[in-house]
Design a protein around this ligand. Structure first.
Ligand code: SF4
Length: 172
């Protein structure tokens, strides 16, 4: 049975990005595609933002917490996205996911070093996308990676090993 992986939809070529485009990653699809069944998820589309839409970014609040908001109109989308992620995690548990490939540097999907903006400063690459953060919090053992890191052979091999090991723990 193929490994079942969640994936940010735009990486498969679905035109779900804020600018109406996609971020198809042919290298990722070619290397992992034969081994896996993809479960495509675009959390920003799923919370009803549509495409094209206003760009979103992570922002540091005065109190120090990090939230997500639309760039121009500054609508706070943090709780809406968190609530959606908590619902989706229940679906993922039912789907028996073996892992997840997230889109890098996305305020929703990024896992590592997502840019965080604060008034009057350059962004710091210290954040994590709100959707990804909730998935990782709820399913801490689930192997996750970003597409860019999977271009490196040793990280890709390591990810595949983690996926297989995780599946084994579920069946043993
Ligand atoms: S990064 Fe995530 S939220 Fe953004 S377009 Fe891709 S799947 Fe949708």
């Amino acid at each position: 049975m193929p490994l079942r992986l969640g994936i940010s939809s735009c990486l498969l070529g679905e035109e779900v990005r804020h600018d109406g485009g996609h971020k198809r990653d042919g290298s990722l699809i070619d290397s992992l595609g034969p081994l896996v069944q993809w479960i495509a998820v675009c959390p920003e589309m799923e919370i009803g933002l549509g495409t094209p839409r206003e760009a979103i970014r992570l922002v540091r609040r005065a109190a120090g917490s990090i939230g997500m908001e639309s760039v121009e109109t500054q609508v706070d989308l943090t709780e809406r996205m968190r609530a959606h992620a908590r619902r989706r995690v229940k679906d993922f548990a039912q789907l028996d996911l073996d892992g997840y490939v997230f889109k890098s540097d996305s305020p929703s999907c990024g896992v590592f070093r997502v840019r965080v903006w604060a008034d009057g400063t350059s962004p710091e690459a210290t954040g994590r996308g709100v959707f990804a953060e909730e998935v990782i919090r709820a399913l801490p053992a689930l192997p996750v990676e970003e597409e860019g890191r999977l271009h490196e052979a040793h990280l890709r091999e390591n990810f595949i090993e983690r996926l297989s090991a995780y599946r084994e723990t579920k069946t043993s």
